[in-house]
Ligand binder design. Sequence first.
Ligand code: PGA
Length: 259
Amino acid sequence: MKRNKIIAGNWKMNLSFVEATQLTQDILAQYQNYTNQHTKVMLFVPFVYAQKVAEICAEKPNIYVGVQNMHYEKAGAFTGEISPVMLNSIGVEAVIIGHSERRTLFHEDNELLAKKVKSALEHNLIPVFCVGETLQERETNQTQSVICMQIEKGLFHLSHEEMSKIIIAYEPVWAIGTGKNATPEQAQEVHAYIRNLIATRYSTNIAQNISILYGGSMKPDNSADLLKQPDIDGGLIGGASLKAKDFIEILQSVPQSNA
Ligand code: PGA
């Protein structure tokens, strides 16, 4: 088994243009000194910076530039929206779909997210599909049923070939931006559960090859323990991705032997 290890930064709605450019350059400079370059880096940046960041990262192996959302249509009367064709035209390679902030604050439902995932794949964008339960759902023992529903409705319309191209991020809502990460055991349990769902619907081979990232208050001081877990293949990092030093420290904590 040789799953991709991935450390992804989700910058959310942060940074000025100058700061975003500087952060990209700092990350690249430090990444180039880093020997374990099998670990892939993904930067999910605000739309308005994507072209510049993609230019800076062009032809750098194992660095991918993505955005945090997109519309599923190619073009049309959708005021304020960004299409996958537009993203293709400026060198964007990946997109986060179904982040809990999109689900909650912007009311994106499973049906809409299913269309976005399909459209991203049709336009050769790598979707990072996010799932996760709220605190109330965890406390009432609904974690597995919530995750199962999100995965089934968001992804199970995909063909085997399409499924083999996606990345999943497990992000418990109660851990995002709260400083309270899931324990390695809690995260591992859900990651294994997700992999098992995929094995049952698709195949063991597809399930074993899909990268499942953990997100939610991942920081340099907790990343090593999380990334040691057998089914945790990387991280989707919010707050700590805004400082090059923290982001690179997390990257360095990816276990070498599995990378
Ligand atoms: P956080 O965010 O690392 O700030 O908790 C993670 C995310 O929302 O992707």
